[in-house]
Design a protein around this ligand. Sequence first.
Ligand SMILES: [Cu+2]
Length: 388
Amino acid sequence: TSVHWHGLDVPEMADGHPRLAVPAGADYVYDFEVMNRAGTYWYHPHPHMQTGPQVYKGLAGLLIVTDDEDAAAGLPSGDQELSWVLQDRRFDAKNQLVYSTAMMDMETGFLGDRMLVSGQERPVLSLATRAYRVRVLNGSNARIYKLGWGDGTPITVLGGDGGLLERPRSQPFVTLAPAQRLDMWLDLSQRPVGATLELRSSAFGLADAGMLMGGMRMGDMMAGASRLPLGAPVPLLTVRVARKESVTSRLPDRLSTFDRTWQAAAGPPVRQIPLAFGAMQWTMAGRKFDMAALAADETVAPGSTHLWEFVNVGGLMGVQMAHPIHMHGRQFRIVSRSGGNPANTLREGLVDAGWTDTVLVLPNETVRVQITFSRHSGLFLYHCHILE
Ligand SMILES: [Cu+2]
């Protein structure tokens, strides 16, 4: 296996590239200094064709980076800081994990039929009448969530993949694609003891995530499809207000000043990268994955700034799919999002502000990102984070 430190800017030899996979029984020391700002990062294996099953069986975890600026924001910490990892799984009659390699799962990604939050199915958390900071990771192989509170309370977003936003923002839902993180504020101070609040993923249309082939769901045509299809509504966990605590916790108006260092670059030309489906394979920029080959337009100077545009073109017969595109190395910014279906209900949950390392490109959309590449030279990856 190999270990990828998702979101961290690390040297080539520590990035977990599949060609540097460590053979079974061998040792390898990942040696790097954390250069990232505070944020919710994570780690998972990255060997070629084995990432899906290895993550599924448990080889993944959170990596929380702290710094002075994050501490100065005065957000809830210690027992008031919670971490929820969302993963869908299938179990057999003996409660053992089932990982299917049916054709359908391999093309659109593996979907479980039971939801786990940090390893527990629909946990009930007993909390107090105060505010909490909640970090959420979508650690699923392929499932997209449309997160919301059961009583319609908006989600107060504090940050995403690359740390805190400049200011909190409130939105009815958060669309969380595989590998993405959400940092949110949960205020229970006005709720009575005994009240409950459910976190759930709301329904969205399969077409919103692009899983349609000539009007038919791809999964219906093949065996092995999940009993919990993509876009099905599903409860995730319940928060129960268990005790009264008189602590005043105020949501800070300003969280970070980090954004001041960011400026939209006008200079660099835009490189277009079509995401397409043909001959039963997904391609990026017309190419399949090659372990070591690079195209000229994939070679960048260390520390240089580029505009890359991901164009979700799909394929014949209306084959379409939402792609969470992850770039290794530096966090980047989303400059613009255009095209696609304006009625796509996953859109209202997107958080395109702040620093990110994984951007969801919805069907027929064009998403332009600005990235300043790492000072570390070497061979790094960019890929769709659906693990199959
Ligand atoms: Cu990753």
